[in-house]
Design a binder for this molecule. Structure first.
Ligand SMILES: *Cc1c(COP(=O)(O)O)cnc(C)c1O
Length: 492
């Protein structure tokens, strides 16, 4: 299709100069060309540019804040300004030297599919709005369940992230548990409904609490259970809690890879125990569920397939762009009952899967394309390799940093997370001094621009977290990070 030389801005466009030649390019394509050029330069720069942002919030406010214009400005000019005015404020987490929080990179094939997703601008609410988006998501569901070792009969939803995956799964749990008490939550809400309890390990992620709040169950329904030395929930602890709350509906939240030490709960034992008490078991596997895709790590998830729901992310370990989480639910009827909406103006086609029946959103991005492209590109072997590579780099980092003079290894996990700590070398240094020095070193590492880590308080002491989730991270990145820390410790 020929692009119309149409002026949509209402402002007359001058011919644009490219490669010294004067050519007449429609404004709508030249801005896309320059976005592509800038994107490629940005990606190339990741290996050499500092990982950390180099300008302050104040600087960014200064360059970005302006009065909302009265008149239209050309698209090219606006893109240039956007690039110039955000410069230095973009975190380098797309590259291989970023080890903070739990943030993945983006595979080129997934980025390309994401560009097309925006270009195609499909509304993936109904198959009638985009048949290709609907079928792509169907296939993603099938592939993901196979890869992650989940039951092929489970229903699923491609959501914005693990937070919304929890919300989707727990909404289904709420529907199912209350209906067993003769209560129709979808009609009557939570007022006067039996009180649901959420039993979870103290190592749960904060997104569980937020989902519980969003679902109207209130944070007081969450009962935090103490974990063992290895960060996992003991069957005996869960058993006591199940007994205590046996008079009402219960959701048990288990952890497949916690943020600090990558702990996996003993699923087989805990799930069969919870099921004996009639509880719904939900697994938070934001990144950790991906261990199932690696033959050398799969054992960590033994028994996880018996749970009632699972939440994970695509934008972390699968390395697809942001806006990608996955919810899986063993009881498709409860899932559908809690989400589905039918109205006369919506078109539902035969046996097609309408995402609106399974997702919390109405209009939504066709986020399945990027996931489809990533899975199709890597295949089972490529994904297994990505998972085990990240794990071994994380372990290398923990061991090599922990072995430096003035550092201590706190936790080396069997997956891609770990903890180290830095020791204040003064003879009379207190625990608080070590805490302070640990935070100082984390900041100093970021300052070098060579690598970027984040801190955490784990069992009462400050630690530096090591998290490897980027497909690009390689030995050179690991060595650069270790050397940067070594130089800081030598300087003292
Ligand atoms: C990141 C994370 C979440 C939240 O996921 P989002 O994709 O950010 O919504 C939940 N649980 C764990 C363990 C995580 O690491």
């Amino acid at each position: 299709m020929e692009l119309q030389q149409q002026d949509t801005t209402g402002v007359t466009q001058d011919p644009t100069t490219m490669n010294g030649e004067s050519i007449k390019t429609p404004a709508s394509t030249s801005v896309l060309q320059s976005a592509l050029k800038h994107a490629l330069q940005f990606l190339e720069g990741l290996a050499t540019e500092p990982v950390r942002p180099t300008v302050s919030i104040t600087d960014l406010r200064h360059s970005l804040t302006k009065p909302l214009p009265d008149h239209t400005t050309s698209a090219d000019e606006i893109l240039d300004q956007l690039i110039t005015n955000t410069k230095g404020g973009i975190m380098g987490n797309a590259g291989g030297r970023f080890f903070a929080w739990a943030i993945g990179g983006t595979l080129p094939v997934a980025l390309a599919a994401d560009w097309l997703t925006s270009t195609w601008n499909q509304n993936a609410a109904l198959s009638a709005c985009s048949p290709a988006a609907a079928v792509t998501e169907e296939v993603c569901g099938i592939w993901l369940k196979e890869l992650l070792g989940l039951p092929s009969t489970a229903s699923f939803a491609l959501v914005s992230g693990c937070q919304m995956a929890h919300t989707t799964c727990l909404a289904a749990a709420r529907n199912s548990l209350l209906s067993r008490y003769g209560w129709d939550h979808e009609l009557d809400g939570l007022g006067n409904a039996p009180r649901i309890r959420v039993l979870s390990s103290g190592e749960k992620h904060g997104s569980i609490d937020r989902s519980v709040r969003l679902l109207g169950m209130g944070i007081r329904c969450v009962v935090e259970l103490e974990v063992r030395e290895n960060g996992t929930l003991a069957p005996e602890t869960l058993h006591q809690a199940l007994e205590k709350y046996s008079n009402g509906p219960v959701i048990v939240v288990l952890q497949a890879g916690d943020l600090n030490i990558g702990a996996y709960d003993p699923f087989s034992e805990l799930i069969s125990l919870a099921h004996r008490w009639g509880a719904w078991v939900h697994i938070d596997g934001a990144f950790g569920l991906w261990a199932a895709a690696s033959p050398t790590h799969r054992h960590l998830l033994a028994g996880a397939e018996q749970a009632d729901s699972w939440a994970t992310d695509g934008h972390k370990w699968l390395n697809v762009p942001y806006d990608s989480g996955y919810a899986f639910i063993a009881h498709s009827e409860a899932h559908r009952n809690s989400m589905s909406y039918r109205a006369s103006y919506l078109t539902h086609q035969g046996d097609a899967r309408d995402q609106i029946d399974w997702n919390p959103e109405w209009s939504r991005r066709a986020r399945g394309f990027a996931t489809y492209a990533a899975l199709h590109h890597l295949g089972k072997a490529g994904i297994a390799d990505l998972i085990s590579r990240c794990c071994s780099y994380a372990q290398d980092l923990v061991v090599r940093i922990g072995g430096l003079n003035g550092a201590e290894m706190i936790w080396k996990s069997s997956v891609n997370q770990g903890l180290v700590r830095f020791i204040d070398q003064r003879a009379d240094a207190t625990l608080e001094d070590h805490d302070r020095w640990t935070d100082t070193v984390i900041l100093a590492v970021a300052e070098t621009g060579e690598a970027f880590f984040s801190g955490t308080t784990w069992r009462g002491q400050r630690c530096m977290r090591v998290s490897v989730l980027n497909w690009q991270t390689d030995e050179n990145d690991v060595s650069r990070a270790v050397s940067a820390i070594e130089r800081i410790l030598e300087r003292g």
